[in-house]
Design a protein around this ligand. Sequence first.
Ligand SMILES: Nc1ncnc2c1ncn2[C@@H]1O[C@H](COP(=O)(O)OP(=O)(O)OP(=O)(O)O)[C@@H](O)[C@H]1O
Length: 225
Amino acid sequence: MSDMILELTALRRSFTQGDVTIDVLRGVDAHLKRGEIVALLGPSGSGKSTMLQAVGLLEGGFDGTIRIDGADVTQYDQSERTKTRREKIGFVYQFHHLLPDFNAIENVVLPQLIRGTAQADAEERAAELLGRLGLGERLQHKPSKLSGGEQQRVAVARALANRPMLVLADEPTGNLDEATADRVFDQFVSLVRDHGSAALVATHNERLAARMDRVLRLHDGRIEA
Ligand SMILES: Nc1ncnc2c1ncn2[C@@H]1O[C@H](COP(=O)(O)OP(=O)(O)OP(=O)(O)O)[C@@H](O)[C@H]1O
């Protein structure tokens, strides 16, 4: 097992709309080691989401090299990308994208079933995670019956349910008040550290960034030295 969870080399991405081409990522070099929690900071429009989408194997169309857990995934086809995403990556978004018709525990069980975990094991794991996140009394609540911070904690549990080695978060606490954001983030950090995963967290929030192990700043399409 490699200690390098993520390596980006000369990552480039442009978008063309009509006759305007914007070079969003202009040669990003970055890496994450096992156990590291790293902030990705940059002004609006600097390419943070674009970078997470590339790393999360959600979007093609970029140049450069992406290595995840030592494997060069750059040229992976659709099915290899899906497999890597399922086995190695967990996502947390600002707007959590929970399934509205499923309750809290079902939302955390589902990705485990997709991965092939037995129902009983998946439920046990989901209940344990949600309990650690302070939602032990909310297992049967649907997202609409949960507060924003509670929904965000369910999303954290869901992202970590399969113990991904790489966790990608895009403004994971962006819609929460400061005190709730801090609590959710503390819980996120403690779970990521327990798993020995690495996490890349895109945020505008300097205060949140200061609590991570390291900060990457996107500026003019590159990571500042
Ligand atoms: N699918 C697309 N087609 C065309 N342009 C795009 C597309 N996706 C992103 N862009 C452009 O790329 C730039 C970077 O967008 P991105 O969402 O990565 O920024 P960001 O740093 O995440 O911003 P924010 O902090 O506001 O979320 C923006 O200028 C945007 O207009």
